[in-house]
Design a protein around this ligand. Sequence first.
Ligand code: UD1
Length: 386
Amino acid sequence: MGEMLRPLGPLVCVVGARPNFMKMAPLVRAFAAHRRLPGVVLVHTGQHYDLAMSERLFTGLELPAPDVNLEVGSGTHAVQTAEVMRRFEPVVDELKPSCVVVVGDVNSTLACSLVASKKRMPIAHVEAGLRSFDRDMPEEINRLLTDQVADLLYTTERAAAVNLAREGIEAERVHFVGNVMIDSLRQHLPRAIAPANTLAIAGADPTLVGGEQGFGVVTLHRPSNVDSPDALAESLELLYEIAQRLPLVWPMHPRVRANVDRFGYGPMLGRAAIALLEPQGYLEMLGLLANARVALTDSGGIQEETTALGVPCLTMRQNTERPITIEQGTNTLVGRDRARAADCVDEILRSGGKRGRLPELWDGSAAERIASHLECWLAAKAGARA
Ligand code: UD1
């Protein structure tokens, strides 16, 4: 009888782009450990496809190779989203999932959620309810729409539930579970690669990170910071200013590298104490972040990782969908304000900067909480059907 009540189709877990991989890895592991959950089918949409943006991350995170790769590649937002939908539909038709599990806010997250919702398949959205209130960010549209169609909304901080309530989402669908990205960080931190080794392997000068001042880490990829000649020039001028205070290590997103070449900014960068690297693997990135004096970034994930590591973060944006990293963590918004960023770095070099504390439930067990909850939810649903 118990057997008959078990959900039949697999859990279809979707990843598409770099920030998804560190969120999905602990979930896949926790789902596999819960014997009463259906098996996992891991689908990679192929939104990110470069070795450095995808495969290397799988290895570092010990994420199993995807069972299905939709190989959508790059395109405009409409083309990319449509292509994921077109290719995901036959996969769910065949597999009839018990639940489609999506993470984060990338185009693949929304595309797969839309397909599943039209087929009335249950959807679990991990990292639900975050809002920047800035619809110029494509990710904000993805967040808003994914949360509308998801059945289970697993949140990382309490502010998310307030956002979701404002959008008319019933409280019963919302579950505060903590941060799966921090599960990955805690699991892999002991294996993080020393920054000097990362630089040496990348062919950069390892002594750059060995000085008395230490070093800063940079990541930038938001279209608002890097896609127009003016914005990218302002971003580079800010970094140039900071690099006069402490050396910087910058694993560069492929789109930014292309823009630097296209706009002819290579020589400007060449004059600064900035080591330019290819996008790095997870263990290399953890090593850089854990040992940095400061991170300068427009990434969502790095705002959270630096808060968990207690490393000051200067976020080169006007807003954040992760307010807890400001209220409790080490994050400060600086936009592209060069003087403000320089003041913050001076303060960090003088006193260590903002200290912060670990937010509630960022304890390494978020994936376990989600697996336990999902197991009960699916069992109750199967019971109601029988
Ligand atoms: C995507 C996500 C963003 C996430 C970021 C992390 C959306 C809307 N955006 O932005 O939320 O923070 O990933 O990197 O889903 N490219 C490559 N190789 C790759 C992948 C991309 O060269 O493996 C280049 C291509 O020129 C491509 C461009 O990057 O056109 C944009 O890639 P895309 O995945 O569409 O968006 P990201 O800017 O990476």
